[in-house]
Design a binder for this molecule. Structure first.
Ligand SMILES: [Zn+2]
Length: 456
């Protein structure tokens, strides 16, 4: 029903977004999907062989240049037709699959080179590795013509595949040219196949935020404590499913390698992991959308999650809460909805500072859940105190010599204070410990669920 509109979305900033749908393929289609994933893996490994080969020749004194994606694709087109290579299966899959696999390899190699030359941020990357069937997630990318209607998607070579959700809104977005599909990545998670459509869209009309500035303290007991007094309890996806995960995992470990039973428990274990990830992702998406839409200015801590994870008593809880993902989601959603995200400096003592008088304590042990000020006598929930301090961060940063925050955004005092003044019109400031929790219950009944269901 829907045509891929060749024209780019109308004027305005183009943003890229991914829409994900769970596929509902029949058995024949399942085989076809697996074949595509296998083809992508094969091409990647073959390209890597060529790459290593050219590097070795160069090391031996040759002048060979490393093949890029298009060179690999040219080689592939010659290689696949040689009968000795026994690759007549290539035509069963879409040709994009191989092309995109070579692009992925090129990207992996370039990232490795950039990382080694310290021209790439983040952790150091290793040399691309061969993809083993048992250790690699089934995944491939398609480009070209796609069609989407209410109940199915049509992919190149694969044809029409039913989907689990109703995609009518997405389909009408394509039909009226609001969004344009640029590529589709199909992947398997546990026993379920998904398609991720990467779309170009004009920036959404920015929402008018109902509230002003808000500081968010991310914690373990409560996923997020807002300076307005709102308390958001996370679904604790892992914690609530840990018992089951342990049971399935142990059962899996007892099965003989290569047996049918082992295969069966492996699938069970994968489903369990996939469900935990889905629960967490769902909650974080709902929370981040709520925050980005409702608040004009959001201040979060610039946490070094990797460093905090080295505390082995807290690592599991930190990983389960998904602070990193929440920060990343807020970053792009704030851009979508026209709100502003600021990360407070790591040196800002948001936990140890009194939100009433600004007095800074030397230390506050993690076991103390209540903050009591020695100076003005304020007694307040520890996390709420930190969140309130974070909300004040832009003003603090503005008066400090540095006016750049962690995101590289300018935090000029004038603009930031305007945001703070708006905060006064938000919600009544809650100081007692019980009221925020009462609010949180109301909150969880609304847009953000607590994720009580624990069964698999
Ligand atoms: Zn005080």
């Amino acid at each position: 029903m829907n045509q891929r509109s060749s024209a780019p979305p109308s004027s305005g900033n183009v943003e890229f977004q991914v829409f994900r749908f769970a596929l509902d393929p029949n058995n024949k289609q399942r085989g076809h999907l697996a074949s595509h994933a296998g083809g992508a893996r094969y091409a990647y490994n073959l390209g890597l062989e060529w790459l290593i080969d050219s590097l070795e020749k160069r090391r031996a004194g040759g002048s060979e240049s490393t093949p890029n994606a298009s060179e690999m694709h040219r080689r592939w087109n010659r290689w696949k037709k040689i009968p000795q290579n026994d690759a007549m299966w290539w035509s069963t899959n879409s040709k994009c699959v191989y092309q995109e696999a070579f692009r992925d390899l090129e990207h992996a190699f370039n990232s490795f080179v950039a990382s080694r030359r310290r021209k790439r941020r983040g952790r150091r990357l290793g040399f691309p590795r061969f993809k083993r069937k048992a250790r690699t997630r089934d995944r491939f990318r398609l480009t070209g013509h796609f069609e989407v209607d209410r109940r199915s998607v049509q992919l190149p070579k694969l044809g029409r595949i039913r989907i689990h959700e109703n995609a009518s809104r997405f389909a009408s977005g394509i039909e009226f040219g609001r969004i344009r599909i640029t590529s589709a990545t199909v992947g398997r998670e546990a026993d379920r196949w998904y398609v991720n459509f990467r779309v170009a869209r004009t920036t959404r009309p920015s929402c008018t935020p109902s509230f002003g500035a808000v500081g968010i303290d991310m914690g373990i007991n409560a996923l997020a404590t807002l300076s307005s007094g709102l308390l958001v309890i996370g679904p604790r996806a892992l914690k609530s499913n840990l018992k089951k995960l342990r049971r399935v995992s142990k059962a899996h470990g007892r099965k003989c390698h290569g047996s049918k039973n082992r295969k069966r428990t492996a699938a069970q274990l994968a489903r369990c992991h996939s469900r935990i990830a889905a629960l967490r992702r769902d909650h974080l998406h709902k929370l981040s959308t709520y925050l980005a839409k409702k608040h004009g200015l959001i201040v979060i801590e610039d946490l070094s999650i990797q460093a905090m994870m080295s505390n082995r008593r807290l690592a599991r809880s930190i990983a389960d809460s998904g602070w990193g993902d929440l920060g990343a989601m807020l970053e792009y959603k704030c851009r979508w909805y026209g709100s502003k995200l600021i990360k407070a400096s790591r040196n800002f003592p948001s936990t140890r500072m009194c939100s009433g008088c600004g007095n800074v304590k030397d230390a506050l042990p993690l076991s103390l859940r209540q903050f009591t000020c020695d100076h003005c006598g304020l007694n307040i929930d520890r996390d709420l105190n930190a969140a309130k301090n974070l909300a004040r961060w832009p003003a603090v940063a503005g008066s400090a010599p540095e006016t750049q925050n962690a995101c590289g955004e300018d935090v000029r005092p004038g603009r930031s204070r305007a945001g703070l003044d708006e905060a006064g019109t938000e919600q009544p400031v809650l100081a007692s410990g019980s009221e925020p929790i009462a609010q949180a219950v109301a909150f969880s009944c609304g847009s953000i669920g607590r994720g009580r269901r624990t069964g698999g």
